[in-house]
Design a protein around this ligand. Structure first.
Ligand code: FES
Length: 156
């Protein structure tokens, strides 16, 4: 069930966008911001609130990599595994981060603090290898710099 605040935000966004379909990504992010991830029930609620089919909302949710469809940790680390980053050493960054966090890509640390996700292009191809933590982008990474970034987010 959407909260009043979530419903208000979604209505506001739908009015601002004019086209209800255009408001879906904002609606998904509104829910995710409040709950950390987007449940099946939230997909249904958003589709009803925006007057769209569930399939329409679902297809946008699944195509949008920043929408999490299962519980994630307090910090979400996304390491780009697309071509430009792969040729500049993205694979090494992903391995180094996975090793430091002690989890496999796709996993969450047992304390629930970090989730590590391989990601498609993060839009920083000329600064590869790149990763994103909680929406903040970091480029030109080395394994050492990636460790510094993790430390900044509380990885001791
Ligand atoms: S390929 Fe990695 S950011 Fe674009």
């Amino acid at each position: 069930m959407l909260s009043d605040a979530e419903r208000r935000n979604i209505d506001q966004e739908a009015r601002a966008c004019g086209v209800r379909r255009a408001a879906v990504s904002e609606a998904l992010m509104t829910v995710q911001k409040a709950r950390g991830w987007v449940t099946e029930e939230a997909i249904t609620d958003i589709s009803e609130t925006l007057g769209l089919s569930r399939a329409e909302v679902e297809s946008i949710a699944t195509s949008y990599e920043l929408v999490f469809r299962r519980p994630v940790g307090s910090h979400v680390v996304m390491v780009c595994d697309s071509v430009s980053c792969w040729v500049t050493g993205g694979e090494r960054i992903l391995s180094a981060v996975a090793e430091r966090l002690g989890i496999q890509p796709g996993g969450t640390t047992p304390d629930g603090r970090f989730t590590l996700l391989p990601a498609g292009c993060l839009g920083a191809c000329d600064e590869g290898p790149a990763m994103m933590v909680d929406g903040e982008l970091f480029g030109n990474l080395t394994a050492e710099r990636a460790m510094e970034v993790l430390t900044r987010y509380g990885m001791g």
